[in-house]
Every structure is written in C-alpha cells, then in structure tokens.
Design a protein around this ligand. Sequence first.
Ligand code: ASC
Length: 150
Amino acid sequence: MALATAAMLAGVAMAGGHGGAKKMAATGPIAERQQAMKDIKSNFVPLVKMVKGAQPFDAATVKKNAEIIAAKLQASAKLFPEGSDTGDTRAKPEIWTMSEEFQAIMNTAIEKAKALANVSSPDQLAPAVMALGGEGCKACHEKFRKPKQK
Ligand code: ASC
C-alpha cells in the first residue's frame, strides 16, 4: 500500500505539469470533456496535497471537491458521443468499440468520488484518494487515452 501510494502520488504530481500554452477556445463534446477533466484535476490536486501533508486535512473541502468531481464525471460520461473520436483528442477508439467497459470504469470513478465525499477523518483520506485516482482516473487513462504526442 505504501509503495503503491507513493507511486500514484508521484504520477499525479507529474500529471500536474501539463497545461502550458493555451489553445484556441473550441466547442463541442471534445472541448467540453477536456474542460471537465481539467476541472476534475483542479479539484483533485488539493486532496492529493492533503494526503501528502502539504495541505491540512479539511473535511469540508474534501466533501465539496469530491462532489464537484462526481458531478463532472457524471457529465463527462455523456460527452463521448459516437463520432467524437476524431479531431484534437487523445480519446482511443476503444471508448466506442468497448463502450461497456468504458462506462463501467466511468461508473467506478463516480462511485469512488462519492465515497471520497463522505470521508470525515484524515485516516480515511489516503485510501479514498487512492481508489479514485487508481481505479478511476488512472485505470481509464491507461486503457482509453492515447499517450501525448510530441
Ligand atoms: C491526476 C491526473 C490524472 C490522475 C492520475 C491518478 O492529477 O491528471 O490523470 O491524477 O494520475 O493516478
């Protein structure tokens, strides 16, 4: 558990590095889901900092951020319509060819976000953050997101 936690938190820290140059504002499901993922990330990062001890534990912030994450995951589940696999997107075709598995991971992520919202003590935080980041974010990205192109 300790090693897995450290590895995942390192991954999250690295994942925090992207952003950089702003692209032109776009519309449609691709842009909408990308914005949702950014919002999910910005709400997740403070909770990772709490796990690391870089920010004090605060149950109200955990609840608020996790509820936003759950709502944005629920919204994003509907932002992968047929035909939104081409253009400026790293979405893999498997999202549509294995859509049941994709939706199942989405549902797991939503479930884990809701569980995270119910965390009321510091000792519950790390496992709940790990479950969302690992079984939700990371599991889906590894299976259904293309690597970054240089
Ligand atoms: C993040 C981010 C992800 C997840 C993942 C969790 O902050 O951008 O994709 O956390 O790294 O393992």
